[in-house]
Design a protein around this ligand. Structure first.
Ligand code: IVH
Length: 674
């Protein structure tokens, strides 16, 4: 092996690592995404030619590997089991903790630290000679599962750190979590694919970290925050490190090594601890991730060692838990709600109650098994909880409030909307309505079809859809395109002018690109991204309709479930009939193959505020068709910020970063190529 290849490879790896750190940890990238991708491609190319040179800490290892059949068991360091934390819920508990600490330290002065208690999943990572070698879940604290491959996909986790004195071998512990906005994106995508949603960021993080296929984990934007450093000798015995005599200093050291750490504050005395607790009470809702409290730790590691631990908790730390965003209310009724795939979800109708600033009157009960497991009955008094911005859920029943008059919920055997049979396949949690002409399913399907990211028919909202379905004017997607002014005029409360607007909106939706139409059809497992890939690969509806499973599976990023679902969808007579009628009505069935030299190639746009002449989705389509991209956050990489009426903070951010802003008129000119 030529030495020069090895040198080049090592240079590339450290260059990529440096840029990963700049981008993911320090938030100040020096190169563009495209330049970064080019470096990565170069690395992968060399590694493909020389597979013997692939090391486990290579940045190429983040993309995930072959699925595992099960996780191996990892025994945590027997000298330092992964303990849990004692909880406290008020300042009295905190005072008692402080009293105990000072008493056990014979009245010595005590410094504390506070830091966020991140609501995620505890993990341990072992580094040997600077290289991340093994990562595991906390499990029961003594043994956990080996999730090294999945952990490697987390961009904020350094696969290699700079060698430092006395740090030949160390272990760090931290929390893997899913930022709230990432969960929203994942759930929006899953909803488009008719997959069950994650109830909160924590479940999503746990589910993603424990996937056997690390390639799927790689697609979930997990993050990690490190809060403990344990330096050991080669045999694994914990040793002291001169740069880490206190918790605060070890957090600094972790920071310097390139780990993300929580906001660790040094507090001189318990009074200062209280102040941080009060500060975070309001601050926590502004964070990008969920925290369920603060962790208060004794700062000196010498004092920590003196205080020691019980079999469950360290005596030198306590979690201060903020009151959960929970409330108590009564279940007035339980109704079965029909989704667009026919899935029946039981929903609790609640006596309205306020939870963290908004009124809640419904909560999801997920499915029959969940109701049985929690023994939830109509008339019960229950605790409900809101996690992040997700749909509220019922946590548990207040049994002491039972009167004996509560009613057990029976899942209906026929659909509440169309009366067809409800069928629950053996071994599945979800029951479904089998009705092909089910009004509720049709309404939900149409809502999806007309929604913003699908065909974007602005004036055809949920209320009008309900009217169109119940009057029998619309039974499927194609019927929308056969509506005319006179049919609409027959509907209640439909003025002539609004009928005209509806017809115009329907008319202009006919030119949407094929990818939008494919997404709008609501084929199972086909979300917005899959729809774009399908449209770009097949270019026309005819080609897609006649495609075979193998052809779809070959498309990078698409797998067998998408392929099977697409082929199955188009094999149905009813689907083919709808497509034929859509085509006849003049709905576009092709994906534009854009001109090679596109005017906005590589340009990044951010839109803020309301635009008058176009919807955001329309602007996005236009920009993309010219080779540009629309992103949500203003960063140094943004080229233009489009400012509409009542803009948000993004306009100010643009000014701060000195980025060109465009008003609607200027944007129009650019899009029209003037
Ligand atoms: S220290 C022995 N610090 O909370 C002390 N834990 O409820 C070990 N957690 O198992 C934990 N954020 O998974 C610590 N800043 C933080 C934390 C944190 C979240 C988790 C951790 C622990 C659990 C206990």
């Amino acid at each position: 092996m030529a030495d020069s290849t090895i040198k080049k490879l090592n240079r590339l790896k450290s260059e990529i690592r440096r840029h990963e750190r700049l981008y993911y940890i320090e938030n100040s990238p020096e190169i563009s995404d495209a330049q970064f991708d080019a470096l990565m491609r170069e690395l992968i190319e060399i590694e493909r030619e020389h597979p013997e040179l692939v090391t486990s800490d290579s940045p190429s290892q983040r993309i995930g590997g072959e699925p595992a059949t099960e996780f191996a068991t990892v025994i945590h360091n027997p000298n330092a089991p992964m303990l849990s934390l004692e909880n406290s819920y008020n300042m009295d508990d905190l005072d008692k903790f402080h009293e105990r600490v000072t008493k056990n330290l014979a009245g010595e002065q005590v410094e504390y630290t506070t830091e966020q208690k991140i609501d995620g999943l505890g993990v341990s990572l072992v580094y040997s000679d600077g290289v991340f070698v093994q990562g595991s879940t906390r499990g029961d604290g003594v043994t956990g599962e080996d999730v090294t491959a999945n952990l490697k996909t987390i961009r904020t986790l350094p696969l290699k750190v700079d060698q430092a004195d006395g740090l030949d071998r160390f272990e760090v512990r931290g929390e893997v979590y899913m930022p709230r906005d990432a969960l929203e994106r994942i759930n929006a995508k899953r909803s488009g694919e008719a997959l069950p949603l994650f109830a909160n960021p924590r479940n999503c993080a746990a589910g993603s970290l424990r996937l056997l296929d690390s390639r799927i984990t790689a697609s979930r934007p997990l993050e990690i925050m490190i809060y403990t450093l344990i330096v050991t000798d080669r045999a694994g015995t914990p040793i002291n490190h001169p740069l880490a005599k206190t918790h605060y200093d070890s957090a600094k050291l972790l920071d310097d090594l390139g780990f993300s750490t929580p906001d660790v504050r040094l507090c001189n005395g318990i009074e200062e601890v209280r102040r941080v607790i009060v500060e975070y009470e309001t601050k926590r809702s502004q964070l990008k991730y969920d925290i369920d409290g603060l962790v208060v730790k004794v700062n000196s590691l010498r004092q920590q060692a003196e205080l020691g631990s019980t079999s469950k908790f360290p005596r030198w730390a306590i979690a201060y838990k903020y009151p959960a965003q929970q409330a108590v209310t009564k279940i007035l009724d339980i109704r079965a709600q029909v989704g667009r795939t026919g899935a029946i979800t039981p929903v609790a109708i609640l006596e309205p109650v306020e939870v963290s600033g908004s009124t809640v009157s419904r909560a999801t009960l997920h499915n029959e098994d969940e109701i049985a497991r929690k023994d939830i009955r109509i008339g019960d008094t229950v605790f409900i909880e809101r996690c992040g911005d997700v749909i509220p859920k019922v946590v548990k029943v207040v049994e002491s409030k039972r009167t004996g008059r509560e009613k057990i919920f029976q899942m209906p055997s026929s659909c509440p909307s169309c009366g067809a049979r409800i069928y629950r396949p053996e071994g599945e949690a979800v029951a479904r309505c089998v009705g092909v002409a089910c009004g509720a399913q049709i309404r939900e399907k149409l809502r999806h079809f007309t929604s913003r990211n699908a065909m974007d028919i602005d004036n055809l909202g949920p209320a009008l859809i309900d009217q169109l379905v119940s009057s029998g004017l619309v039974r499927d997607f194609a019927d929308i395109y056969y509506l005319d002014g006179s049919k609409l005029a027959g509907l209640e409360r439909m003025a002539e002018k609004s009928a005209e607007n509806v017809i115009n909106a329907i008319e202009s939706s006919k030119t949407r690109p094929l990818s939008r139409l494919v997404f709008a059809l609501g084929i199972r497992h086909v979300g917005a991204r899959a729809a774009v890939l399908l449209a770009q690969n097949f270019n026309s509806m005819d080609a897609l309709m006649n495609s075979r499973v193998e052809q779809i599976e070959k498309i990078h990023e698409l797998g067998p479930s998408v392929a099977a679902s697409v082929v199955n969808f188009f094999s149905q007579e009813s689907s083919r009939d709808i497509i034929a009628r859509l085509k006849k009505a003049g709905v576009n069935m092709t994906e534009q193959t854009a001109p090679v030299d596109k005017a906005l190639q590589g340009k990044q746009f951010v839109i803020t505020g309301t635009l008058k002449s176009m919807t955001r989705a329309q602007v996005k389509d236009r920009i993309e068709s010219l080779g540009g991209r629309v992103t949500s956050a203003v960063t140094k990489k943004t080229d233009y910020v489009v400012v509409g009426a009542e803009p948000g903070s993004k306009a100010a951010k643009a000014e701060e970063l000195d980025i060109t802003t465009l008003d609607e008129e200027q944007l129009g000119k650019i899009l029209d190529g003037l």
